[in-house]
Ligand binder design. Structure first.
Ligand code: BGP
Length: 479
């Protein structure tokens, strides 16, 4: 499809990954264990993480841990970045692995070898004039901090995180411009362990209180990191990162509409604090009704108010649906959030509902709410791919998915939304965050590796590779 596009001239096209899902080398060069390194795949107990995280802090031995070697990006980064450059990436989103820099998380001095790895990685991007967009904490809080401090519910983590930020901001101040403080910060409400906190019924009063206390600590950490970033390099752009979506009411019954509003507020709470600088009024009622008491220090409100983010980034995979009708319980998994099946939408092989128009709606909603630039840092289709007899991979379904979303993103830009970039999720196949599988593939580049760790890890370009290359070179005109 060729037409005139409306993307701004310097639009940042690219792709995204996260250290814990692609690097492997889980103990190499003094790296410490992250919480992801104790998680098996979905067929061998990963689901327990969500129900019984304490088990993962004990002596459980699973046969296979997908993060340990993964696609070995740690050793293949040069070849992989060359492929991203071939596609014409303007930006590459990855994360720094916190336990590579601070193996336990609470040390004062960083691990020099870990820092050197990211020096080389960012230099490689610079070589091709690719901007690095860096997530500071993407689901891989050092395991030691969960075992010994209980994770983010403990305020001490703010200091450890800031020490980590100070080191990486100073070290990479001339190599990285765009930073995200926490990946999908609202994941704290849905997958507390992966967000870096352990709820322990023996010591904690209520799970909700633990979640909101941990969220508060992350919000303060995020604000202080933003302040620090700006003081180290005034050119730094710091963003928050939300697992975004819009909840539709199932019917025009006002009760459904109200439920949808409240569900969206559960997520917007985080961005409201990070973009506006204060706790929204609606949370007072939630905290009261749930008997949640957040411990704040006297300066916290000032810190939040004075250090809001420069831009708002988010992942978008699907919309959600809310109903007050108890018979509407055909719950269908969509990302880590579960939601009712929307009869107007198709779903992926993993039952994630596909809603490109929802992206336009979500972008408009977020921009109306904050009037800050948006950056879509995750969007994509996780599907099984098949290698044909002639060795090609014809992922036309992925091309269709991305085309439809890009068109709606463009509509939102035409609606007046300021959007600075778009990084598709998993630009190279990697381990799935929710399931630990390799077979749930998002990439333009196939990696020969199966769900049990077998394979050569050879890279193969898919059909979408050349397609995305054209999208970028034509600035979205050729889709
Ligand atoms: C988001 C995470 C990513 C990524 C993506 C796709 O929630 O930020 O890390 O994994 O979802 O999810 P999955 O890997 O479960 O398919």
């Amino acid at each position: 499809m060729i037409r005139n596009s409306s993307f701004p001239e310097n639009f940042l096209w690219g792709g995204a990954v996260a250290a814990n899902q692609c690097e492997g080398a889980y103990l190499e060069d003094n790296k410490g264990m992250s919480l992801v390194d104790v998680m098996p795949d979905i067929h061998n107990g990963r689901g327990e993480v969500f129900t019984n995280p304490n088990k993962f802090l004990g002596e459980v031995n699973y046969k296979y841990y997908p993060s340990h070697i993964s696609i070995d990006f740690y050793h293949n980064y040069k070849e992989d970045i060359a492929l991203f450059a071939e596609m014409g990436f303007k930006v590459f989103r990855t994360s720094i692995s916190w336990p590579r820099i601070f193996p336990n998380g609470d040390e004062i001095e960083p691990n020099e070898k870990g820092l050197q790895f990211y020096d080389k990685l960012f230099d490689e991007c610079l070589k091709y004039k690719i901007e690095s967009l860096i997530t500071i904490n993407h689901f891989d809080t050092p395991l030691y901090l969960l075992k010994n401090y209980g994770g983010w519910k403990n305020r001490k983590l703010i200091d450890f995180y800031l020490n980590y930020c100070k080191v990486i901001f100073n070290r990479y101040k001339n190599k990285v411009k765009y930073w995200l403080t926490f990946n999908e910060i609202n994941m704290m409400m849905h997958s507390t362990f992966i967000a870096g906190t352990v709820y322990d019924p023996k010591v904690d009063k209520s799970e909700d209180e633990v979640k909101y206390q941990s969220a508060h600590n992350q919000l303060v950490a995020s604000a202080l990191a933003t302040k620090l970033a700006h003081s180290i390099n005034s050119e730094f752009k710091v963003g928050c990162m939300l697992a975004a979506s819009t909840t539709y009411p199932y019917t025009c019954n006002p009760n459904d509409v109200l439920k949808a509003l409240n569900l969206d507020r559960e997520s917007y709470f985080f961005t409201d604090v990070q973009a506006r600088g204060y706790y929204p009024k609606y949370m007072e009622r939630t905290f009261k009704e749930k008997n949640i008491n957040i411990k704040m220090q006297p300066d916290d409100k000032k810190i939040l108010l004075e250090n809001t983010v420069d831009f708002i980034s988010f992942s978008y995979y699907s919309s959600k649906l809310a109903s007050t009708d108890p018979t509407k319980n055909d719950s269908n998994s969509s990302n880590i959030f579960s939601t009712i099946r929307n009869p107007y939408l198709k779903a992926s092989g993993w039952n994630w509902q596909i809603d490109p128009v929802g992206l336009r709606i979500t972008m408009n909603n977020i921009y109306d709410r904050y009037q800050k630039p948006l950056f879509i840092v995750e969007n994509g289709l996780g599907e099984k791919d098949v290698i044909e007899e002639d060795g090609t991979i014809n992922d036309t379904y992925r091309i269709d998915y991305l085309r439809d979303h890009i068109l709606e993103m463009e509509e939102a830009i035409k609606d007046g939304v300021e959007c600075i970039g778009y990084t598709t999720w998993g630009c190279i196949d990697l381990v799935s965050a929710s399931t630990g599988e390799m077979s749930k593939r998002y990439g333009f580049i196939y990696v020969d590796l199966d769900d049990n760790g077998n394979g050569t890890r050879k890279r193969i370009k898919k059909r979408s590779f050349d397609w995305y290359k054209k999208v970028i070179s034509s600035n979205g005109s050729e889709l």
